[in-house]
Design a protein around this ligand. Structure first.
Ligand code: GRF
Length: 187
């Protein structure tokens, strides 16, 4: 049995999709969801889905080993960042080498780095008249969006798209591919 912990800061639709996917697969369990935002919608989703979810603040995350100890204590095999907005501190990266992955809603190295998240990414893709965008799943290192790329998938951007429709296309790619990539990494 492999154990995943998901980190999410907002809506958590990817978290829910991953939880649902692995419900059907007894060899992988989403052991917990962690969030840095006490009002995040992902907490409601976890309540409904019956998945343990925990909130931590900045001190627990950055200035102590609380989160690392929690993750080690439940024997975490893979940490999955799905819409998680804080930078991962070095104690966490060093404790889980090559065991932390992130999904970015664009084709890195384009549209990555500090401040490039959520709608801003899709807005920038639109403003630059890109004809394609996509998703990047990558390992996490100490710099935003710079770890080794594991997987990318593309979708077309047409002139009538706006940031919302681009986001929708990107989300569809995320739902289709993210759980399968996680499954493959764990197998
Ligand atoms: C996704 O687009 C993901 O790529 C990005 O943040 C968004 C999270 O969406 N990192 P959700 O919270 O899973 O709905």
């Amino acid at each position: 049995m492999k154990r995943i912990v998901i980190f999410a800061s907002g809506s958590g639709s990817n978290a829910e999709n991953i939880i649902s996917f692995f419900r059907e697969k007894p060899q992988v369990e989403v052991a917990a969801v962690l969030t840095n935002k006490s009002s995040a919608k992902v907490l409601e989703r976890c309540d409904r889905l019956g998945v343990p979810a925990f909130y931590f603040n900045k001190i627990a995350f950055k200035d102590s080993d609380t989160v690392v100890q929690f993750l080690e204590g439940i024997q975490t095999d893979l940490i999955v960042l799905a819409g998680f907005l804080w930078k991962i501190p070095s104690n966490l990266i060093q404790s889980f080498p090559d065991k932390i992955i992130n999904i970015h809603p664009a084709l890195l190295p384009k549209y990555g780095g500090k401040g490039m998240y959520g709608e801003r990414v899709h807005q920038a893709v639109k403003e630059n008249n890109e004809t394609e965008t996509g998703i990047t799943i990558h390992y996490v290192n100490e710099n935003y969006d710079e770890g080794a790329i594991i997987f990318q998938a593309k979708t077309k951007v047409i002139p009538s798209d706006d940031a919302n429709s681009i986001a929708e296309k990107v989300h569809q790619l995320e739902y289709e591919h993210f759980p399968k990539v996680i499954e493959k990494l764990l197998s």
